[in-house]
Design a protein around this ligand. Structure first.
Ligand code: SF4
Length: 419
């Protein structure tokens, strides 16, 4: 599924480990805390988005550290029933109207058409969702058939995000993805015929063994499908994934940094020529097709996460639901959570810089002044911003502070200095 920004994992609304399969590492610590405790701490939050995590997948990809697994116990129906309880109990904290709903995973389309309809209709019936809210659902190309495409379109889903990653069987194999490259175009055709207006494709570059020619060919195949939105992330070797283990053992070789940079530059140039606007370091869209839900993350706004391992953020407080389906199913009505973190003013300001500067538009200057007004690190951040600006890595332009083209190439260094 989509790799969200390289920011604290909690923001992505997903957890690190598969804990429901035998392959999982240790169980999470036992905790009695619930989302009620966390939300009580986050008093004053104004939730703008909802994230729903569906943990089921048909196969576990080797690079994936999202909380997802192959369910051998047929728990999809129990999952939806438990989710309905969680939706209702959260209402005392969510005033609405919500601007976005994002159903991710895992593979939400693994639920099949009937359960998908039921889940989406429960979300719509229970949560205070704005009339023009963006509705996104993630899907694996192999799990989209006519019935699923109709269920999505008829439930009002406006945006489907498909994990394509590559069209090259050799590179898909390197990632241990199990879909047929041809299924991507087939799924997009079904979704469009059903009436889903926006489609995103996720792509991964810098896959072991890939060349610039491979990447060019992947981009060409993606562009032939004419998606409304494209996300392209360099492969990350997340700790404890099978791919990271292979790397450690020397069974795969990481692509040299220069080759990765070349592939990134290639996608930047190619998509610009094809009319796609880069609005975030790793995200492009045709005009008017930004993913509003992801923008909400980059604005460090408040959102509520539902389902096992889903993360939430409210008024500087972050929490993550237990990444274990069995525990989440058993306990309620509020979701059991494994960690609650209060960021404080300094921590929140750091996150706002780290996230906001990922967007090409940057951060409005008024907001920058607000963020620099207080906190222990304010003075050093002022100095860092001055230095980066003098070095041509940051620029004040059109009422915003943003990374320059040169700054974008070493964004990690600039952003980590401002956290
Ligand atoms: S399809 Fe693969 S990458 Fe996506 S959530 Fe499932 S296992 Fe992870």
């Amino acid at each position: 599924m989509a790799r969200l920004p390289t920011i604290p994992l909690t923001v992505a609304g997903v957890a690190k480990h598969e804990l429901d399969s035998q392959a999982g590492p240790a169980s999470p610590p036992v905790t009695e805390s619930t989302a009620f405790d966390a939300a009580s701490l986050a008093q004053g939050a104004s939730y703008r988005g909802a994230y729903v995590h569906v943990p089921f997948c048909r196969h576990k990809c080797h690079y994936c550290d999202f909380y997802s697994f192959v369910d051998t116990e047929n728990r999809a129906q129990s999952y939806v029933e438990r989710l309905e309880v969680e939706l209702k109990t959260s209402l005392e904290f969510i005033a609405g109207p919500l601007e976005t709903v994002f159903v991710g995973g895992g593979t939400p389309t693994m639920l099949g058409a009937d359960l998908l309809r039921r889940m989406l209709s429960s979300i719509r019936a229970v949560l205070p969702i704005g009339s023009d809210a963006e509705w996104s659902v993630e899907a694996n190309p192999e799990t989209v058939d006519e019935a699923v495409a109709d269920a999505l379109a008829q439930s009002g889903v406006r945006r489907v995000s498909l994990g394509a990653q590559s069209f090259n069987p050799r590179l898909l194999k390197a990632l241990e993805r199990d879909h047929d490259p041809a299924s991507v175009a087939r799924a997009v055709g079904l979704l469009r015929r059903a009436g889903v207006p926006q489609v995103n494709l996720d792509l991964i570059f810098a896959i072991p063994g890939s060349t610039i020619g491979d990447w060019e060919s992947d981009l060409c195949r993606a562009l032939e499908i004419a998606p409304d939105h494209l996300s392209a992330y360099g492969l990350v070797y997340e700790p404890n994934t099978p791919l990271a283990v292979k790397l450690r053992k020397g069974a795969v070789t990481r692509l040299p940094e220069d080759d990765e940079a070349e592939q990134y530059e290639f996608v930047v140039e190619t998509l610009a020529k094809c009319g796609y606007e880069r609005y975030e370091i790793s995200n492009w869209s045709l005009p008017g097709n930004h993913c509003r839900h992801n923008v909400l993350y980059w604005e460090n706004a408040d959102w509520w996460g539902f389902g096992p391992s889903a993360a939430s953020h409210g008024n500087g407080v972050r929490w993550r639901n237990i990444p274990r389906l069995a525990t989440w199913l058993e306990r309620g009505p509020f979701a059991p959570v494994e960690e609650i973190e209060s960021l404080g003013m300094d921590g929140s300001a750091g996150e706002c810089f780290m996230l906001g500067l990922r967007m090409m538009a940057g951060i409005p200057l008024e907001r920058v002044s607000q963020l620099l007004r207080s906190g222990k690190r304010a003075r050093s951040r002022v100095q860092s911003i001055a230095n980066f600006t003098a070095d041509g890595l940051l620029i004040e332009q059109d009422g915003h502070l943003r990374l320059t083209d040169r700054g974008l190439t070493i964004a990690d260094i600039v952003l980590s200095a401002l956290i």
